[in-house]
Design a binder for this molecule. Structure first.
Ligand SMILES: [Zn+2]
Ligand SMILES: [Zn+2]
Length: 174
């Protein structure tokens, strides 16, 4: 059995919708190789840097995930099924295995913080920055109608006043 660690640049195009691994970012690998009958069993963990944006507030974010993987690399094609990996001389190509493990581990809805409150639906401000008191005075439509009634009523009073004023003027003139 052999164990080793390596830091390798991340391969390109390792991303889903809102988050991915920046190309060439440092991926830290812990690898264990075991010789078995048919080939070499590779067991590894990788610490993978991520960058993307928060699914709730759209702020840029960076984080890291740990992924584990295991793959048996066969010595000979005779032992292996179609989808199995083959040892290419003494080299083994871990990239497809690594890629599959990372894509499965990427968060579908990454968040900048566990309790990110997202964006204000009224004005789009980040609620994490605006604070818990952020709100808009949205008047319920039924109350808005009431407000219009009050306005009409004020208007009526003005009209009444005008009428009375005119009346007085008329009286004076007559
Ligand atoms: Zn957020
Ligand atoms: Zn707002």
């Amino acid at each position: 059995m052999r164990k080793f660690t390596r830091t390798l640049p991340a391969p390109a195009d390792l991303a889903i919708d809102m988050i991915g691994v920046p190309k060439d970012a440092d991926v830290e690998l812990d690898i264990r190789l075991e010789a078995v009958m048919e080939g070499v069993l590779v067991t590894g963990t990788a610490s993978v840097p991520l960058s993307g944006e928060c699914a709730r507030c759209l702020e840029p974010l960076t984080s890291r995930i740990e992924v584990g993987f295991q793959e048996l690399f066969f010595y000979s094609a005779e032992d292996a099924a179609e989808d199995d990996s083959l040892l290419d001389g003494v080299l083994l190509d871990l990239e497809p295995t690594f890629r599959d493990a990372v894509v499965l581990a990427l968060p579908l809805s990454p968040v900048c913080q566990e309790d990110c409150p997202g964006l204000c639906v009224e004005c789009g401000v980040r609620l994490a920055e605006a604070g818990p008191d952020h709100r808009h005075d949205v008047i319920d439509a039924r109350w808005a109608a009431l407000r219009d009634l009050v306005r009409d009523d004020e208007q009526d009073q003005h009209d009444e006043q005008d009428r009375q004023d005119r009346q007085i003027n008329d009286d004076q003139e007559g």
